[in-house]
Design a protein around this ligand. Sequence first.
Ligand code: CAA
Length: 259
Amino acid sequence: MSDYQDILVSEPESGVITITLNRPAARNALCNNLLKELAETLDASISDERIKAVVITGGEKVFAAGADIKEMAELDTVGVMNDIRPSYWRRIAQYPKPIIGAVNGFALGGGCELMMHCDIVIAGDNALFGQPEINLGIIPGAGGTQRLLRTVGKSMAMQLVLSGEFITAEQARDFGLVSEVTIPEMSYKRALKLAKTIAKKPPIAVRLAKESLLKAYETTLETGLNLERKAFTLLAATDDRREGIAAFMEKRRPEFKGK
Ligand code: CAA
């Protein structure tokens, strides 16, 4: 797609692009520019009909070691207040298409938080997850305290954030942070396969399913159920619903058009 400095972006293939975090010398630390490039790539792909799902990976050795501590060291309170980074994180959080994470090695601090922005995560068995910000005299700043607690529950969220200790891929799976654990060489292949499977599904239904599921984080059950019902009703107006049901009746494969 475009020339970036801190990420690599593949051409769309079978409805999927892969974004690879690419600062190996800094353990893929999420410097401002990397986050900016990530947010811009995701934004640009929203209206690109060739792209139905995104895989984010850091490669086989490391996912991301967190915010760039060297950049962070430059900021005082006013600098942090005026920081542009939260706006990049918001754009990633609001991305409407599915994001599949393929996570190997360290996913720490902002790296763990980026992993939690992915809708599905496949982890290599060498992955280590943690929020070590406490060791720097700070706390997670990209949603870690909120998203962790909602996913892993109070005790494990407290343990990770207060102690700065890491957990393994198997522990992360047991706590629902990741859905599958593979050998490191397979995590990307599995994530890509899953993304390609999702890319074949009716895009409007995928989008509304993601939106409804994410709403469960932040609303009451009643509000969430209402939202789900409205999305379900809206889908009755789509050609893809007619096509999906007709294909089932006619015992053939559906051809979804995203309409
Ligand atoms: N920021 C900037 N540079 C980093 C970095 C980071 N988060 N993590 C690693 N690096 C750099 C190191 O400074 C080092 O650079 P030099 O070669 O120039 O010295 C290089 O990457 C390699 O690092 P190590 O030698 O430490 O590599 P290692 O394999 O022995 O250890 C590690 C890897 C365990 C990830 C270790 O580097 C580490 O603990 N990194 C910091 C992790 C951390 O504290 N993350 C939280 C950041 S704060 C945050 O993320 C806030 C937020 O919520 C948004």
